[in-house]
Design a protein around this ligand. Structure first.
Ligand SMILES: *Cc1c(COP(=O)(O)O)cnc(C)c1O
Length: 415
C-alpha cells in the first residue's frame, strides 16, 4: 500500500469526501437564501414554482449516497480528478515566495466549469428532468453543458446572444458537434443578458421536463449554493494535497480570478472559516477601472439586482446594467455572485483587479517560467501576484482555472 498517497484523505474516496459541508459559519448561505444582505431569489412569479421545486430537493439529492458515488466516480474517471497541486519552482523564485498552482486547466474540457456541469446534470437526472437549458456568453459554459448532456444522452438547448455567436464561432460549432441546439438571442445587445432572458422564458414555458443549468455562483437561490458546493472540490483537494507535500493543510494565501465567481468560491470554500488564510479575488478591469471598458463588478459596482439575486453589479445612473468589457471572455460579466459581495462587504476576502495588459504579461511570464499556457481568465489571478507583497516563507496557492488553447488568437496578436 502506498501510504504517502493516502495521507490526509478519506480512505474510502480517492478524491475526498465531497459534500461534507465544512463549518461555514456565517459565510454559507442562510435558510432564506442570503449571504449577509446579498442573494435571495428575485424572480418573476411564474418562475417561483420551478425554483421552489429545486430548492425543496437539492440538498437531499446532493447529500445522498447514490449521488455522491456517481459524482465522485465521474470526477475521477471522466474529468480526471484530483487535479494536481503543482509547486511552481521557477515562478516561486521570480516572486521570492512559495507558489503552488491548482491545475484545474488539466480537467477534461480544460477548466473548472465541468465540475459544476457534472454535478448539475446528475441533479437534473435524479429530479427526473430530460431537457436541459443553459445560457452562455463566451460559449465555455455552453460547451461544458453540451458535454455532459452528450454524456447523459439528454436534450440540450443553449441560448446565446447572436453577437456572441459571431464572436465565438468555434464554441458554437463545438456545442453543435456535441449535439446541442444553439438558439440565438436577438434582443437588446444580443449578448449574455439577452440570452439569460431567453433561457428564463423557456424555463417558465417548460416547467415540467426542463432543468435550467447555471454556470457560476449566480442566479436566484439555490443556484449560488449548488454551484459553490460542486466547485468546493477544489479547496477540498487543496487541503490534503498541501498536507501531502508540505505537511500543513492550509496555505497563507489563495488567489483566484473572479468572473461570476465560481472557481474562486470553490477555491475559498473550505477555508472560509479559517481566517489565517487570506483570500484574494482578482477581477478583470479591462482597459482600467476608470476607463468605462471594464468588468470589475466589485471595484466599479453598486448594489442592485441581476439574474435573480441581490448583489454588486455595474450599472449606469439610471440603474441600467452596463455592458462589461475584458479581453477575457469568461470574466466579461457585469455582476458577481452574492457570496463574493458578502465576502467583500465583511472584509473576509480582498478583491483586486488586473487589466488586459497585466493579464497578458502574467500569461507570458507563466508560459516561459513553467511551460504552462494559462487561460486568459486564469492569467488575471496570476497578475494578482504582482500586486501582493509576500514573505519568502508564505505558501500561496493560485487557482489555475483553465488552459490557454482557446485564447491563442489573443496571445498571438500580443506576442
Ligand atoms: C468561465 C471561466 C472563468 C470565470 O468564471 P467563474 O465563475 O468566475 O469561475 C474563469 N476561468 C475560466 C478558465 C473560465 O472558463
Amino acid at each position: 500500500m502506498d501510504k504517502t498517497n493516502n495521507k490526509g484523505r478519506n480512505p474510502k474516496s480517492p478524491i475526498g469526501d465531497l459534500g461534507v459541508t465544512p463549518p461555514l459559519g456565517g459565510w454559507g448561505v442562510n435558510s432564506l437564501g442570503y449571504y449577509g444582505e446579498f442573494g435571495g431569489a428575485f424572480i418573476p412569479e411564474m418562475l417561483q414554482p420551478n425554483v421552489d421545486a429545486l430548492r425543496a430537493c437539492y440538498r437531499e439529492i446532493i447529500d445522498s449516497p447514490e449521488f455522491k458515488q456517481e459524482f465522485i466516480n465521474l470526477l475521477k474517471n471522466y474529468v480526471g480528478r484530483p487535479s494536481p497541486l503543482y509547486f511552481a519552482k521557477r515562478l516561486s523564485g521570480h516572486y521570492n515566495t512559495k507558489i503552488f498552482l491548482k491545475r484545474e486547466d488539466l480537467n477534461h474540457t480544460g477548466s473548472h466549469k465541468v465540475n459544476n456541469t457534472i454535478g448539475q446534470i446528475l441533479l437534473a437526472k435524479m429530479m427526473g428532468k430530460n431537457r436541459i437549458i443553459a445560457e452562455t456568453g463566451a460559449g465555455q459554459h455552453g460547451v461544458a453543458t453540451a458535454t455532459v448532456c452528450a454524456l447523459m444522452n439528454l436534450e440540450c438547448i443553449v441560448y446565446m446572444g447572436s453577437t456572441d455567436m459571431e464572436r465565438q464561432l468555434p464554441n458554437v460549432k463545438r456545442m453543435e458537434m456535441l449535439g446541442a441546439k444553439v438558439i440565438p438571442a436577438e434582443s437588446g445587445n444580443k449578448t449574455l443578458k439577452d440570452a439569460t432572458n431567453e433561457a428564463l422564458r423557456d424555463w417558465i414555458n417548460n416547467p415540467e421536463d426542463t432543468y435550467y443549468l447555471i454556470g457560476s455562483v449566480v442566479g436566484p437561490h439555490p443556484y449560488p449554493d449548488i454551484v459553490a458546493k460542486f466547485q468546493s472540490i477544489i479547496s477540498e483537494e487543496m487541503g490534503w494535497q498541501l498536507d501531502e507535500q508540505i505537511g500543513r493543510t492550509s496555505p497563507d494565501y489563495i488567489l483566484a480570478c473572479v468572473g461570476g465567481g465560481s472557481n474562486a468560491a470553490g477555491a475559498f470554500y473550505h477555508y472560509l472559516e479559517n481566517k489565517t488564510v487570506k483570500l484574494i479575488g482578482v477581477e478583470a478591469s479591462g482597459l482600467g477601472t476608470l476607463s468605462g471598458e471594464t468588468a470589475a463588478s466589485i471595484a466599479c459596482g453598486e448594489v442592485g439586482f441581476i439574474h435573480g439575486s441581490k448583489t454588486l453589479l455595474m450599472q449606469d445612473g439610471d440603474g441600467q446594467i452596463t455592458e462589461p468589457y475584458s479581453i477575457s471572455a469568461g470574466l466579461d460579466y457585469p455582476g458577481i455572485g452574492p457570496i463574493h459581495s458578502h465576502l467583500f462587504e465583511t472584509g473576509r476576502a480582498t478583491y483586486i483587479d488586473a487589466t488586459d495588459k497585466e493579464a497578458l504579461d502574467a500569461a507570458f511570464l507563466l508560459t516561459r517560467l513553467e511551460g504552462i499556457i494559462p487561460a486568459l481568465e486564469s492569467a488575471h489571478a496570476l497578475a494578482g501576484l504582482e500586486k501582493m507583497k509576500f514573505n519568502p516563507d508564505d505558501v500561496v496557492v493560485v487557482n489555475l482555472s483553465g488552459r490557454g488553447d482557446k485564447d491563442m488568437e489573443a496571445y498571438i496578436k500580443n506576442l
